[in-house]
Design a protein around this ligand. Structure first.
Ligand SMILES: [Cu+2]
Length: 254
């Protein structure tokens, strides 16, 4: 009897502490960010997309849509951040080995390492960076992704809220044969062809005004940010119809 009572008291004590611990952790950051995803330099992709990330303390909610990707192939997607990175997408000048393509490592100085793996289920840490079976397969070249309450570290939450992180969707088709193949191996996993992991589309997650939610003092959104959001929405609409068409045109040309 006495033992049971003691255990119950200890359990109750721990539970009562939890809200306080939670409140301490949740102070990290808050904010809305948005990225317009565009083709990574040199990699021959014509896709595009939009990503939105909302930060609440150390949890993030992510929505992303993209099209024009290699159809019916899995596409690893991540949020990248490095304190000493440039906080942007790689440019042709990042092609250090002169291969005329950019692999994931070559993009590192621009976007830093993986900080969140945008998997559909299970772990979202950098360890799941190449968990191919848990990423979206782009049916018809399109991805529509949504996942809420992804736990991140306070440092990562802060970087995202400040607009320093970058969304990267991987998986390209350098030789335009409709699949991941080729002799060149991935810089991330030598059992995969580089096509499976090279960055395809990319965009910096820029701080945006919070939507309808009350934000307290200083809620007036700047014209610049509103314009950016409108532009992103417009691009999304245009992109929705253009993926297949671009692919057809590309095939017709070659
Ligand atoms: Cu990545």
């Amino acid at each position: 009897m006495r033992t049971t009572t003691k255990i119950a008291t200890v359990a109750l004590g721990s539970a009562a502490l939890l809200p306080f611990l939670g409140a301490g952790i949740a102070q990290a950051a808050d904010g809305n960010t948005m990225a317009t995803l565009r083709p990574v330099a040199l990699n021959g992709v014509k896709g595009s997309g939009t990503a939105m990330v909302t930060v609440h303390g150390t949890r993030i909610d992510v929505t992303m849509s993209a099209n024009g990707l290699l159809p019916d192939a899995p596409h690893a997607a991540h949020i990248h951040f490095g304190a000493d990175a440039r906080h942007e997408c790689p440019i042709a000048g990042d092609d250090k080995d002169g291969s005329k393509t950019l692999n994931t490592t070559e993009g590192g100085p621009a976007y830093g390492p993986i900080v969140v793996s945008l998997t559909k289920t299970g772990d979202t840490s950098p360890k799941s960076g190449l968990a191919v079976d848990r990423f979206d397969t782009a049916k018809g070249g399109k991805i529509s992704y949504e996942r809420g309450s992804i736990e991140v570290s306070p440092a990562v939450a802060d970087a995202i809220a400040k607009g320093q992180s970058v969304v990267v969707v991987h998986g390209v088709d350098h030789n335009n044969d409709g699949k991941y193949d080729g002799a060149k191996k991935s810089d991330l996993d030598p059992s995969l062809p580089t096509e499976a992991t090279d960055p395809a589309i990319c965009g910096s997650l820029l701080a945006a005004p919070s939507g309808g939610a009350a934000t307290g003092a200083g809620g007036a959104s700047s014209p610049t940010n509103t314009g950016l959001l409108a532009l992103g929405g417009g691009l999304l609409l245009v992109a929705a119809g253009s993926g297949t068409w671009s692919a057809r045109r590309a095939r017709a040309r070659s």
